[in-house]
Design a protein around this ligand. Structure first.
Ligand code: SF4
Length: 305
């Protein structure tokens, strides 16, 4: 005799299928139909919201993007149309924002102390002058040593605190100190703006709620590279540079698959339009450069400059 699963259907194999998607025999089940209808309603609401709410206008060049591709900055400067992921992007980004807000609240109550160390400057704007242009960013916080006691006198006076959340795939590496390169660049730019050399990343695994504090120190070679990249972008912003200076910083592998940085870039279709990007359906968001045409955007125009 088989089991009855949560959908109230007899499972003749005795297999637990309560978490599996409904199969074709369940297509006429009223509860399954209700679930499908609710899903449709939910997505259509999200799509309407996506159309109505204007996207936050971001500055074309920020310290948080210090390690990101210079060509993406160029597209932002010329006002190129972004490639939207629609409602999934909206939900994913909002998830990250909520997780951040939650951690900020707990950090504030836990670390606004008078005992040796204190959290200051949450969400403070900091800036770096790059070839005459102020490039700004917002730090998550600064941990200040407020004591000179013998136990802590050799510890840093000021430490940048950067809060990051990650998924279960990134957590195993990040939690043991393998910090993603764009986060290293972001922290390096912030430390330079603050005139300090120490950072702690507070990293939370969104899947399990585990967290760690990961140390990171200013890297002078990386800082030089950041100034060079930001310098090329500010030159372009002032109309002194040309777009070949802002070459793509990433490219496809030998099989034609684009890397993570491109797959999650707002301008992936614009950037690779001449290489016929095709969205692969077997993976989450992967583009492959091939001969089939998926959705070729308009040519890049600098009309909005
Ligand atoms: S698609 Fe890739 S190479 Fe092009 S701008 Fe984005 S990150 Fe840079």
């Amino acid at each position: 005799m088989g089991k009855v699963n949560q959908m109230g259907k007899l499972n003749t194999t005795g297999e637990d299928t309560s978490s599996s998607p409904p199969d074709s025999t369940e297509e006429s089940d009223p509860l399954t139909l209700l679930g499908s209808m609710l899903k449709e309603e939910f997505i259509s609401k999200l799509l309407r919201l996506d159309e109505r709410i204007p996207r936050k206008k971001r500055e074309p060049i920020t310290l948080s993007a210090a390690g990101k591709c210079q060509r993406a900055a160029m597209y932002r400067i010329i006002g190129a149309e972004k490639h939207s992921w629609g409602w999934r992007q909206r939900i994913t980004l909002e998830d990250g924002d909520h997780a951040h807000t939650q951690l900020r609240k707990y950090l504030k109550s836990a670390l606004h102390t008078r005992k040796h160390f204190r959290l200051m400057d949450q969400e403070k704007t900091v800036s770096l002058n790059v070839k005459g242009i102020e490039v700004r960013g917002h730090i998550d916080g600064r941990i200040t040593r407020i004591c000179d006691c013998s136990d802590h006198q050799d510890w840093p006076r000021d430490t940048l605190l950067e809060v990051k959340t990650c998924g279960p795939y990134t957590w195993p590496r990040f939690s043991i100190g393998k910090i993603p390169s764009d986060y290293q660049a972001q922290a390096t730019a912030y430390m330079a703006a603050m005139g300090i050399t120490d950072t702690l990343f507070m990293v939370k695994d969104k899947g399990t709620g585990r967290f760690e504090f990961i140390p990171y120190r200013l890297d002078k070679v990386l800082l030089e590279q950041i100034f060079e990249r930001l310098g090329r972008i500010t030159r372009f912003l002032r109309g002194e540079g040309t777009s070949p200076d802002l070459a793509r910083e990433y490219g496809p592998d030998s099989k034609g698959y684009l890397p993570f940085e491109c797959n999650y870039c707002d301008f992936v279709l614009k950037c690779w339009k001449d290489n016929n990007p095709v969205k692969m359906t077997t993976r989450a968001v992967i583009y492959k450069v091939s001969k089939e045409v998926f959705d070729i955007p308009e040519p890049i125009e600098e009309k909005n400059r």
